[in-house]
Design a protein around this ligand. Structure first.
Ligand SMILES: [Zn+2]
Length: 468
């Protein structure tokens, strides 16, 4: 049996400042080594000041993953030397000596399987190492401390995954959850990183580190399952080790032997006092938490009678659900859901497109209203929506500006129907007995108006003319 566990690091990218100083948490827009101060580059004598918002947001993540949260928080120093870690220790959390990290013993359902969360800890991200040069001789490593001290939440699962598909589902659910909580934007480069550990029956645990993307992690896990199964079948022992994913050769390669936890010489961070979290604070945070994705989904289904699949898409994507919540009213709710999940999706499927989009919920409400009141057909509505996303003009402006309004003039439609009847004599005969051919005739009138004929009116005229 295959057992896979995950260690996921998520930056709290939506916070204003770093974990222990007032430098910006959003380090990505800075020139190297300009978003730093004595605290985050670890100058002697500097003192950390804990970011309260980071504690609150990390607690929200812990509560969303059904973890126990402690009433007293402590931080530890994890000692090791690496050039990206200017203090030579990382301030993190640990569950020892009666101290508890920000979350423990959680669980979450993934495809009806319960995945247990061992612990969640709040810690600081190290700086970034940038490797320059191609050959051995010219190799240079640059260090950028802009990232050092960024608030990071580490989520450690129990080895409950049986295959890489469950891992992928879990990471998708987690990433939607973080976005819904408004604590992180997981699509930012490096905002969410995952390492895995994997063992199969009869073998030791192998860790897989330094994987660039979730997609690579899946490939690495797949590769490891095959490699370990093959070793076991040949009765070759599987070493306990850390391996890296080599994307060029599509294999995992053996890396350093991992230090044991005792090598880090953890001790309590004396510069940060214990943080007491009383029940009132926890209640307050609970109340401030946005509605969870699963409860949103249930509400969409039970209150608005939206099909499960549509409710799934709407609730799991914050951009769509925000749009939906603000655009719908009692009467248009299904149409709004429909237009978002069918027409809007292709237009705003990346962060970049979403940032550029000028579409507001009011536009969607107006568009659905224009369809309902026969001012525009469903086909023309697609064009109008596209225009709206790129220009932000109002729906009436777009309808008149692009001449998308319905051909609802009865005499004009009568003329067009007559034309179609003379061009499609065979179809007209067939239509008298076959309702599907009536649709064909409606389609022909649509063609002549480039999709702008009022469909109900056209249908009525055709039926009348066929004497049905
Ligand atoms: Zn700083």
């Amino acid at each position: 049996m295959t057992k896979i566990g995950l260690e996921i690091h998520c930056q709290l990218t939506n916070l204003e400042s770093k974990l222990f100083c007032s430098c910006k948490a959003n380090y990505r827009s800075f020139e190297p080594n300009t978003n730093i101060c004595p605290v985050c580059i670890g100058l002697p004598g500097s003192l950390p000041r804990l970011n309260k918002k980071a504690v609150e947001k990390a607690t929200m993540i812990a509560m969303s993953l059904n973890c126990d949260t402690p009433d007293k928080l402590a931080f530890f120093r994890k000692n090791y030397f690496y050039p990206d870690l200017p203090k030579n220790f990382q301030i993190t959390q640990l569950n020892v000596y009666g101290e508890h990290s920000i979350g423990q013993n959680g669980k979450i359902l993934v495809d009806d399987k319960e995945i247990r969360i061992r612990r969640i800890q709040l810690e600081e991200d190290p700086g970034r190492l940038i490797y320059e040069g191609i050959s051995e001789k010219t190799q240079i490593t640059l260090v950028d401390y802009n990232r050092a001290g960024t608030p990071l939440v580490e989520i450690v699962t129990e080895p409950d995954f049986e295959n890489e598909r469950q891992v992928r589902l879990f990471l998708n659910i987690l990433s939607d959850l973080l976005e819904n909580l408004d604590v992180s934007n997981p699509s930012l480069d490096g905002a969410m990183r995952a390492d895995g550990n994997i063992s199969i029956e009869g073998g030791n645990k192998v860790e897989i580190k330094n994987v660039n993307s979730f997609h690579d992690l899946e490939k690495a896990l797949r590769f490891e399952i095959t490699r370990q199964e093959s070793l076991i079948s040949r009765e070759i022992p599987i070493d306990q080790e850390t391996r890296h994913w080599d994307d060029k050769r599509k294999t995992t390669v053996s890396a350093r032997i991992k230090e044991g936890e005792e090598d880090y010489r953890y001790f309590l961070e004396g510069d940060i006092p214990w943080i007491l979290i009383d029940p009132t604070t926890l209640d307050k945070l609970k109340n401030e938490m946005p509605e969870s994705i699963s409860s949103k989904k249930e509400r969409y289904i039970s209150k608005y009678n939206i099909p499960t699949q549509v409710a799934d898409v709407l609730s799991s994507d914050k951009f769509y659900s925000d749009m939906f919540e603000h655009a719908h009213n009692e009467s248009n709710v299904k149409d709004i859901a429909n237009i978002i999940t069918t027409d809007l999706m292709g237009l705003v499927d990346t962060d970049e497109k979403r940032e550029k989009s000028k579409l507001t919920p009011q536009h969607l409400a107006d568009l659905v209203d224009a369809i309902e009141t026969n001012k525009i057909t469903r086909t023309s509505a697609k064009t109008a929506l596209q225009e709206c996303v790129s220009t932000g003009l109002s729906i009436p402006e777009i309808i008149s500006g692009m001449n998308l309004g319905n051909v609802g003039n009865e005499s004009e439609l009568l003329k067009l129907v007559a034309e179609v009847f003379s061009e499609e004599k065979n179809a007209v005969e067939e239509a008298k007995t076959n309702p599907q051919t009536i649709n064909f005739l409606v389609g022909k009138v649509m063609e002549k108006t480039k999709g702008k004929a009022d469909p109900t009116l056209t249908l009525n005229i055709i039926k009348k003319k066929l004497a049905l």
